[in-house]
Design a protein around this ligand. Structure first.
Ligand SMILES: *[C@@H]1O[C@H](CO)[C@@H](O)[C@H](O)[C@H]1NC(C)=O
Ligand SMILES: *[C@@H]1O[C@H](CO)[C@@H](O)[C@H](O)[C@H]1NC(C)=O
Ligand SMILES: *[C@@H]1O[C@H](CO)[C@@H](O)[C@H](O)[C@H]1NC(C)=O
Ligand SMILES: *[C@@H]1O[C@H](CO)[C@@H](O)[C@H](O)[C@H]1NC(C)=O
Ligand SMILES: *[C@@H]1O[C@H](CO)[C@@H](O)[C@H](O)[C@H]1NC(C)=O
Ligand SMILES: *[C@@H]1O[C@H](CO)[C@@H](O)[C@H](O)[C@H]1NC(C)=O
Ligand SMILES: *[C@@H]1O[C@H](CO)[C@@H](O)[C@H](O)[C@H]1NC(C)=O
Ligand SMILES: *[C@@H]1O[C@H](CO)[C@@H](O)[C@H](O)[C@H]1NC(C)=O
Ligand SMILES: *[C@@H]1O[C@H](CO)[C@@H](O)[C@H](O)[C@H]1NC(C)=O
Ligand SMILES: *[C@@H]1O[C@H](CO)[C@@H](O)[C@H](O)[C@H]1NC(C)=O
Length: 447
């Protein structure tokens, strides 16, 4: 009886597992989406702290973030042109007080300023970073109404109009100086999350064009704070000066519309900032992955840039910061806390590389890409459910000679290369994905 019961149960569960056979995914090489130029990070505010740490510590951080073999291999860098705060103010978060280059209206530029962030900038370049954008959160404090570079007392324009030209000069002088130091900022983004719609045409250098608007939302209930409305607000002449649309991805759903607007205007599109809370388990990785999937599949940006890759978390991982790595910005001897979400991000950044063609996959939890020579196919598959799932992946359009499987999960798997126990039958790979996991499949394709 017992034996029969077990057999019946087995039959029922096999039947159920067939009925629930997870999802089927079809990968289509003949439906190309965006050609990707890279994964990135802002240097705020961690570089201002880490660049001043002892060599061994700052090199470790730079390796983890920018080096392809030792870390994430991020190649897109957003350098923050600091305004420099009022010397009598001391209210910014640690690292947040990014030094400016001109301490007063009549002062000369001081090019020894901001040495910490600059060290990280060059460390990134040395490790292969090759796309650089400069952006600004505030003009120098002395150009503002509030006499402070952390913003105005209210949400109106804080830049005194009599300094509009001086501010434009300030930004372009910094970009020009860096060009002489052999860092060419391809784009200059003069405002971060501008809610006022005020923008001024700049006299620009040949090698650097303007990107805007770095709004926090795609679209919004508040008309003035959405990327879509901000792009609409600028007239045709202003748009001519702009090569790139930047959007943050914190809120909103109109990704496809924004993609279309950028395409119609002939502008390069970036997801220039997103970040979310850390956690000890996979929840932060799954959230990160879901954001990447939504953005890469619908917004289709050519670069995807994280905010605050390393965060000040002196009391360990309490889930109150955005860092993929936790650190103590005030104490370089505290070991770096490499979170699970660091590996969650690595599941993408180490495999879908600059120059890869993102291609169609008919499943919201999958991102597919192939390299320029079509010899490598990469699939990043996320199981966001609290239960295992069976994926039936149709790769019949590819002539696959071998493949590797890497996974990050709650089960102590951190970008783990798994023993390959799977096979492809008639173009179909059946893959059992554990609960709350991210899997990267890397296929060698023969032509
Ligand atoms: C702005 O701050 C500077 C430095 O603390 C001070 O000298 C100056 O008087 C302030 N200006 C105004 C208008 O408050
Ligand atoms: C220039 O900046 C450096 C670094 O902050 C500082 O030590 C130096 O005093 C500044 N020079 C002048 C002339 O202000
Ligand atoms: C708000 O900003 C405007 C300038 O844009 C200024 O005239 C006004 O006094 C500010 N209000 C407060 C309360 O600071
Ligand atoms: C820079 O721009 C100016 C004005 O448009 C143009 O005359 C010049 O040839 C450009 N220089 C380079 C190096 O492209
Ligand atoms: C994962 O961690 C978050 C906080 O970081 C917590 O809210 C959540 O309950 C945890 N999930 C599980 C399954 O333990
Ligand atoms: C830095 O951390 C180390 C190790 O915990 C500790 O011994 C030291 O006192 C700390 N330094 C400061 C300045 O807090
Ligand atoms: C790669 O595949 C795509 C789609 O089949 C094709 O359009 C492209 O020409 C191929 N590229 C190379 C280098 O073979
Ligand atoms: C795999 O996809 C191809 C191309 O669309 C299709 O012909 C084939 O039937 C699919 N295989 C399965 C098992 O669904
Ligand atoms: C993960 O590894 C740690 C340390 O080796 C161990 O204590 C923990 O039980 C492991 N967790 C799982 C789910 O295997
Ligand atoms: C598929 O690859 C094999 C080598 O692994 C090769 O012999 C065969 O010709 C290829 N088929 C196609 C259709 O390219």
């Amino acid at each position: 009886m017992a034996g029969l019961k077990i057999r019946l149960l087995l039959i029922v569960s096999i039947f159920l597992s067939v009925v629930n056979a997870g999802k089927t995914v079809f990968i289509d090489p003949h439906d190309p989406w965006q050609v990707f130029e890279g994964w990135g990070t802002s240097l705020c505010w961690w570089a201002n702290a880490f660049g001043g740490f002892p060599d061994v510590v700052r090199n470790q951080a730079a390796d983890l973030v920018f080096d392809f073999n030792k870390g994430l291999g991020l190649n897109v860098i957003r350098y923050n042109i600091g305004g420099g705060d009022n010397p009598s103010h001391h209210h910014m978060r640690i690292g947040g007080d990014v030094p400016g280059f001109r301490p007063c209206n009549n002062c000369d530029y001081n090019w020894t300023s901001d040495a910490n962030q600059r060290w990280i900038l060059f460390a990134a370049k040395d490790r292969g970073a090759d796309v650089f954008e400069a952006f600004s959160n505030s003009p120098p404090y002395w150009m503002t109404y509030s006499n402070c570079s952390s913003g105005g007392r209210n949400s109106t324009n804080n830049l005194n109009p009599s300094y509009y030209d001086a501010y434009a000069d300030y930004l372009t002088e910094v970009v020009k100086w860096y060009k002489e130091q052999e860092i060419t900022f391809r784009t200059l983004e003069p405002f971060n999350e501008p809610t006022t719609g005020l923008w001024h045409e700049l006299g620009l250098l040949n090698t650097t064009t303007v990107s805007f608007a770095d709004e926090g939302l795609f679209e919004g209930e508040i008309a003035t704070i959405s990327a879509i409305d901000t792009f609409d607000a600028f007239n045709k002449n202003v748009k001519l000066y702009v090569s790139q649309y930047n959007t943050h991805a914190y809120s909103g759903i109109q990704r496809s519309l924004l993609h279309l607007i950028a395409k119609q205007n002939g502008k390069r599109l970036w997801m220039s900032e997103w970040g979310s809370w850390s956690s000890k388990n996979m929840s932060a990785s799954i959230k990160l992955s879901e954001e990447i999937l939504k953005d890469m599949r619908k917004l289709k940006p050519v670069a995807w840039v994280y905010w605050q890759i390393i965060e000040h978390a002196p009391n360990g991982n309490d889930g109150n910061d955005y860092g993929l790595i936790g650190a103590d910005f005030s104490n370089s001897t505290i070991p770096l806390d490499i979170r699970l979400s660091f590996y969650g991000f690595a599941q993408y950044t180490k495999f879908i590389r600059p120059g890869y063609q993102i291609i169609s996959s008919n499943d919201d939890d999958t991102l597919a890409a192939q390299d320029a020579s079509n010899k490598t196919l990469v699939l990043v598959c996320t199981n966001k459910n609290n239960a295992p799932d069976t994926w039936s992946i149709n790769v019949s359009k590819f002539n696959i000679s071998s493949f590797n499987v890497y996974r990050t999960s709650n089960d102590n798997e951190t970008l783990k290369l798994l023993p390959n126990t799977w096979s492809i039958t008639n173009g179909i790979l059946i893959y059992e994905s554990p609960a709350n996991s991210i899997t990267t499949l890397v296929f060698n394709v023969t032509q």
